[in-house]
Design a binder for this molecule. Structure first.
Ligand code: FAD
Ligand code: NAP
Length: 536
């Protein structure tokens, strides 16, 4: 790599932190472009989310023909997804296949956590410290540490005394957990809990679900991949990908030009559309009208439809009532399920209302409202310190020793979600201020990977060694993210989007909610010689 004459050359061009789908794609791309690159990963293998979340029932909720890489036409032609929504083992097998096929393992060091990254202004490089104690120097540092990778186990008094076994869904043992004949408790009814509960219920002797907040869930209607549909997609995979890039969520969803607003149609037609979407499953329902994300009344009509469905599925009226969510649909990330509400019709499943809090955990089990529920196994499906958690865990120090954690004390500030001012040559993939978790993530991860790679090639070609977001570009970007979010209903309740699930975390909505305009903005910035960045 070329260097400016005034600075010494660090031994590495790039360090990539994390080997989920983001880190893998970044390492591959940069190696192909001739950069010296090394990846570091805390886990013992690639896959990130799909390496850690091996809980029963884990699967994607974006169709696998879309939730997959597009950088290699051969790869996307060769790989056959067995199901529409692949289960975790198949997604992990895919990640491992990619690592082997593209020789990524030799570029990534596993079982290694990056603990610190300090910017060295004199030499325009980052010194990166590893859990092994080793320190490496690199021109650029790319954080591919994941939006949903810093798991949260709530502090509940007494956990240390629990005599049974306990697990977090995001740190599931490789050898699995045998629930047969066991009394099992699950705390949490977000996406992870809702996927795990039906599978655990089918095996366990007794399952107690501790629900603090009822959640909306829509049947995924998963099925084997239809060979005719697969052949049709593969006949022009690049075209399919290109069209999807231009759609909301970077996904082939049913929102078409001309989709009406909720109250533009008669009540009969409204119900008919909802019913059709419910039968279709997946994301059809939230996109059956174009205003469910923006109009409270439209949202309320759809939410009531789901509550009615819960009432029809769940036989015990008191349980059904407790399972009916009250919040605005979508302000907690909605779930797709396979037999979730049906689980509560089983004799061995009990729903425990813990909206008033869990008293404590005893040696015997979980205590709620004075009653102890005896358990052999306790599962925490309690989520993540999302978006910023994995970044803030690393001691990242930029210009003049500024700590990232301190800069972000009132919430993260970035430009395009790719860089933050005061931290030159540090990039984030799916960083705060980008659309990230509100998209079909593998395609949008690749958009970041390509943007960063193009940027580094531009710097190399122009004999430049430093790039940093300008504060005067960052400030309006933060404001844009905030105002766009205000047009949606997603910040309307306590959720992980705004950090409300983490005690003490500043409440800020940090996701750019419009993928299509985001992508166009990124392209415009690059085409205008990286407008908003200072290059040196
Ligand atoms: P991750 O996959 O989280 O990988 C980050 C990696 O960085 C991890 O392996 C972690 O160990 C490593 N790491 C972090 N910090 C350090 C450090 N300091 N040092 C070394 N290594 C570090 N998105 C969708 O679009 N569709 C879905 O259907 C979908 N399903 C999901 C299901 C679950 C259970 C979860 C939790 C998330 C899901 N997501 C889904 C979001 C998912 O996280 C992304 O789709 C994608 O896998 C993220 O890839 P990533 O590489 O950015 O992050
Ligand atoms: P989550 O959505 O944050 O859900 C955590 C659950 O734990 C919530 O029900 C929460 O209740 C509960 N909880 C937390 N602390 C508690 C406490 N002290 N006492 C009682 N209950 C407590 O986490 P997640 O289910 O792991 O999902 C996180 C995100 O990962 C998803 O939103 C999604 O983006 C992604 N994901 C996707 C899939 C998929 O379908 N492909 C699957 C899993 C995860 P409250 O609501 O009251 O806070």
């Amino acid at each position: 790599m070329s260097n400016a004459s005034t600075v010494s050359s660090p031994p590495l061009d790039v360090i990539v932190v994390g080997a989920g789908f983001a880190g893998m794609a970044m390492v591959r791309k940069l190696a192909e472009l001739g950069f010296t690159v090394r990846g570091f990963e805390r886990g013992s293998d690639v896959g990130g989310t799909w390496y850690w979340n091996r809980y029963p029932g884990a699967r994607c909720d974006a169709p696998s023909l879309q939730y997959s890489y597009q950088f290699s036409e051969d790869l996307q032609q060769d790989w056959h997804w067995q199901e529409n929504y692949a289960a975790q083992p198949e997604i992990l097998a895919y990640a491992r296949h990619v690592a082997d096929r593209f020789g990524l393992r030799q570029l990534i060091t596993f079982n290694t956590t990056v603990t610190q990254a300090v910017f060295d202004a004199a030499n325009v490089c980052w010194s990166v410290t590893l859990s092994s104690g080793e320190t490496l120097f690199t021109r650029y540092c790319i954080m591919a540490t994941g939006n949903l990778s810093d798991r949260l186990t709530p502090t509940i008094e007494g956990l240390a005394q629990f005599a049974g076994q306990w697990f977090h869904t995001a740190a599931w043992p490789v050898e699995g957990v045998d629930f047969a004949g066991k009394r099992v408790g699950v705390i949490g009814t977000g996406s992870s809990g809702i996927q795990a509960i039906p599978v655990i219920a089918a095996v366990a002797d007794q399952l107690s679900v501790f629900q603090r907040t009822a959640q909306y869930s829509i049947p995924a209607r998963n099925s084997r991949t239809d060979p005719t549909y697969e052949a049709q997609i593969k006949a022009d995979y690049p075209g399919f990908r290109r069209r999807n890039y231009g759609k909301p969520l970077a996904m082939d969803i049913n929102l078409k030009l001309g989709t009406p607003k909720t109250f533009e149609v008669s009540e009969d037609e409204r119900r008919e559309r909802y019913e059709r979407a419910w039968t279709e499953g997946g994301l059809a329902l939230p996109f059956s009208f174009r205003d469910a994300a923006t109009s409270l009344e439209a949202n309320a009509a759809m939410s009531q439809f789901i509550r009615d469905k819960i009432g029809q599925v769940v036989r015990d009226p008191a349980t059904a009532e407790l399972l009916k969510p009250k919040h605005v649909f979508g302000c907690k990330r909605p779930c797709l399920d396979t037999g979730y509400f049906e689980s509560y019709n089983r004799q061995n499943v009990a729903l425990v209302d813990c909206s008033g809090g869990i008293d404590c955990i005893t040696a015997e089990g979980v205590q709620v409202a004075g009653r102890v529920y005896p358990l052999d196994i306790l599962v925490f499906a309690t989520g993540f310190d999302a978006i910023t958690g994995s970044l803030n865990r690393i001691d990242i120090r930029g210009c003049d020793g500024l700590r990232l954690k301190d800069k972000w004390a009132d919430g993260p500030r970035t430009y395009l979600g790719l860089q933050t001012a005061g931290f030159p040559n540090l990039f984030m993939i799916s960083g705060p201020g980008s659309p990230s978790v509100l998209t079909n993530m593998i395609p949008t991860i690749e958009q970041h990977v390509n943007w960063i790679a193009d940027c580094l090639v531009h710097l190399r070609t122009a004999h430049l060694t430093r790039i940093e977001a300008r504060p005067e570009a960052e400030d309006p970007w933060v404001e844009t993210v905030r105002t766009l979010a205000e047009r949606t209903l997603w910040g309307a309740c306590d959720n992980w989007y705004v950090g409300a699930n983490v005690p003490g975390k500043p409440r800020v909505f940090t996701i750019y909610v419009d993928w299509v305009s985001y992508r166009e903005k990124c392209e415009a910035v690059a085409s205008r010689a990286y407008e908003g960045f200072a290059l040196a």
